[in-house]
Design a protein around this ligand. Structure first.
Ligand SMILES: [Fe+2]
Length: 203
């Protein structure tokens, strides 16, 4: 089955993007340090980083297509939280978050945005993303409602604008493994939403 590149905007709308040409993906070897360098090169030229998402997700697809090392990163999820995380690059002052996350089947995240752009590639297993959007309600400025639902399979990549809101549920029988790349974390712009009380808090 063809892998999909999905793009989600702040209002919860999603679209499937034109897949890259296969010959644009092939690099042998395509090492992780080269990926990091090319990501940095794209962002250094950027006026608005979110506008660079198509270029960045091409690099992510190139990485997951060619890098056996990335494809085989794994940590057992913590049975209490349901998740495990490997920070792949963690230099002090390095603004991006680059990680592998593993999730036990049935693990459900909060309803959250990331406050900056993000690209997530499913390496193994399945995950469901509900996509939410803010609803104008003068009484509850942080009211959100689910408006769409997408299930991602291995090889699928989903990209988010900074305000895009989702909730992720790991599906299937085996832990879900994802590779994620996020722009610089701005805690003041990153929220977890409570869809019952219509409140939000930074995280
Ligand atoms: Fe997320």
């Amino acid at each position: 089955m063809k892998h999909r590149d999905l793009f989600v905007t702040d209002d919860g709308q999603w679209q499937v993007c034109q897949p890259p040409r296969e010959w644009d993906l092939l690099r042998t070897p395509y090492r992780f340090h080269r990926f990091l360098t090319e990501v940095e090169d794209v962002l250094e030229r950027a006026i608005d980083e979110t506008d660079c998402l198509p270029q960045l997700w091409l690099l992510v697809r190139r990485l997951i297509t060619n890098s056996y090392w990335i494809q085989t990163q794994y940590v057992d999820p913590n049975p209490e939280t349901g998740n495990g995380v490997i920070m792949l690059y963690d230099e002090i002052g390095y603004p991006l978050t680059v990680q592998i996350t593993t999730s036990l089947p049935g693990t459900v995240s909060s309803v959250h945005n990331h406050g900056n752009w993000g690209i997530i590639a499913v390496l193994k297993g399945e995950e469901n993303n509900t996509l939410w959007k803010r609803i104008h309600d003068p009484r509850f400025p942080n009211r959100v409602e689910p408006i769409a639902d997408v299930t991602l399979l291995p090889g699928d990549i989903i990209s988010f604008t900074p305000g895009a809101i989702h909730r992720v549920t790991a599906l299937g029988e085996e832990p879900t493994v994802t590779f994620s790349l996020y722009g610089e974390t701005h805690h003041s712009k990153r929220f977890e939403f409570d869809p019952v009380t219509h409140t939000a808090k930074n995280f």
